[in-house]
Design a protein around this ligand. Structure first.
Ligand code: ZN
Length: 495
């Protein structure tokens, strides 16, 4: 089934409309960079007939793609102008004649207006944009271990974030409310190429559908009116420049930005990591509490799994009723701030720990979130148990009762997002029954093998996209105990 939000016919119509109305529809990008930040986009006009591709001998292929996003945000008009440059190394092992990018802002009517695309400095018109999918046909084969530079200029018209029925559709995050603007999945990005196919799944009513390669990001963010610029939380470490701020993150999955003129900010240092909590006025008590919780969780997971990978972690009080992870940033539902009473058994803490754990399971080790969501969601949920057993061992049984078993979890845990009968059945199977799978597995193979496995899963998967098959392959390297009956009980497929 396709998502009702994205009928392809409408998308084709929209695309036609956008192309035919560029000049009147949205402003051209207005970013005026200094000479240090836009390297090549207009520097070298190549012949359109024979694009000159850099070779492996002249440009060594970097380990990951690098995205540079020169971004101008008009906070009050809800528009964004972007000049995006991607340095993309072909590590697919295949010669490619197309590139496929995810363009999530194009899921909104009039949300994405493309101005130009160029490949290695040569403008191209051989592309098609339909719904969230941008296909670029390449003039020549793109060989393995070569590097390509893609420049895309576009503008965004942000949608208003609307209230949704949480039992049917999880709230959308991208867009603006009266007091918050969120840029999530806001730039075109090259989707993974796995087993000969570009991986771009359809959106769904709940769950996440995108799959991310690790990449380096540099976001140069400026506001049209600096005098009224909001406070910014983002995935990157900030470095103020003359008239913009440069944010960088190394080996991230997705670069998120949240801006508001109302944020209060509190910060804590954990080793060399700065953890910051951004919350709305009158929410100091929960805003400070979740800051401490995430700081503790970083320490616990560093000790149990391996180090936190970034210099910052930002916790953002959402202006929509959900929590959601991005690289070095997570949104946290305002309901949890309202309900927080200082007790240790509460959703502000459960989900704060859960979203922090995604910085290991999602961020460092990624997975196909649409087809195999249990890999990050069950691990992040079970990581809540690890947090409680480490810091509040007397509360572990209450955590199971209140957080997990109250919902009587059932069903198989290895279902794609599209197979569940609604968000609640999805959550109880994948997240909650998933936590029971980890508990049973750990009891069977013992703590020593279990934590050696978790650490090795992190070490082998860091910067990669792992599968359920990888999970069981790595697990089998750490135990000779038979756990096949547990797998049969929790999994519908054979791995
Ligand atoms: Zn989660």
């Amino acid at each position: 089934m396709r998502n009702k939000l994205t009928p392809s016919i409408l998308a084709i119509f929209l695309f036609t409309f956008i192309l035919s109305s560029c000049s009147s529809f949205a402003p051209e990008p207005t970013f005026t960079p200094t000479t240090t930040i836009i390297p090549t986009a207009t520097a070298t006009p190549f012949s359109t007939a024979t694009p000159i591709l850099p070779t492996a001998t002249t440009v060594p292929a970097p380990e990951r793609a690098k995205y540079t996003l020169d971004t101008t945000l008009d906070y009050d008009a809800h528009t964004v102008a972007v000049d995006e440059t991607i340095l993309y190394p072909n590590h697919t092992g295949s010669q490619l004649n197309t590139l496929v990018m995810a363009v999530e802002p194009n899921l909104w009517e009039g949300g994405f207006t493309l101005s130009s695309i160029s490949i290695d400095g040569t403008p191209t018109t051989t592309y098609s944009l339909e719904g969230q999918r941008l296909d670029i046909a390449l003039a020549d084969f793109f060989q393995p271990e070569q590097v390509m530079t893609i420049n895309i200029r576009y503008s965004l018209l942000l949608p208003a974030i609307e209230e949704t029925d949480p039992n049917v559709t999880r709230p959308r995050i991208y867009g603006y409310t009266k007091r918050q603007t969120n840029l999530t999945n806001w730039y075109p990005f090259i989707v993974p190429f796995i087993n000969g196919e570009w991986v771009l799944h359809e959106p769904w009513y709940y769950g996440e559908h995108l799959v991310y390669e690790a990449a380096d990001y540099e976001v140069n963010l400026k506001f049209t009116d600096p005098a009224t610029a909001p406070i910014v939380a983002s995935s990157g470490a900030p470095e103020p420049q003359a008239d913009f701020t440069k944010y960088t993150i190394t080996s991230g999955r997705s670069f998120a930005i949240s801006a508001s003129r109302d944020y209060q900010v509190a910060s804590l240092q954990v080793g060399d990591v700065t953890v910051s909590s951004y919350y709305f006025p009158l929410r100091d008590f929960p805003g400070q509490a979740v800051l401490r919780t995430s700081a503790e969780a970083i320490q616990v997971f560093t000790q149990r799994y391996g180090p936190y990978p970034h210099k910052t972690l930002s916790i953002v009080m959402a202006d929509f009723k959900d929590s959601m992870e991005f690289s070095a940033l997570y949104f946290h539902s305002p309901l949890y701030y309202e309900q927080y009473d200082g007790d240790l058994m509460n959703y502000l803490t459960f989900i704060g720990v859960h979203e922090t754990a995604h910085q290991w399971w999602y961020e460092q080790v990624a997975n196909d979130q649409a087809q195999q969501p249990w890999l990050d969601e069950a691990m992040a949920t079970y990581s809540e148990r690890i947090y409680y057993e480490t810091l509040h061992p007397d509360l572990v049984s209450t955590w199971w009762t209140y957080r997990v078993d109250f919902f009587q979890p059932q069903g198989f845990i290895d279902i794609p997002i599209y197979e569940a009968q609604g968000f609640e059945p999805y959550r109880t199977s994948v997240y909650l029954k998933g936590a029971h799978f980890f508990e049973e597995l750990r009891a069977r193979i013992g703590d020593e093998a279990f934590f050696a496995f978790m650490q090795d899963y992190l070490a082998q998967g860091r910067g990669k996209i792992l599968t359920t098959t990888d999970f069981f392959r790595i697990l089998s390297e750490h135990t000779s105990t038979d756990y096949s009956d547990i797998v049969r009980q929790y999994f519908q497929n054979i791995y």
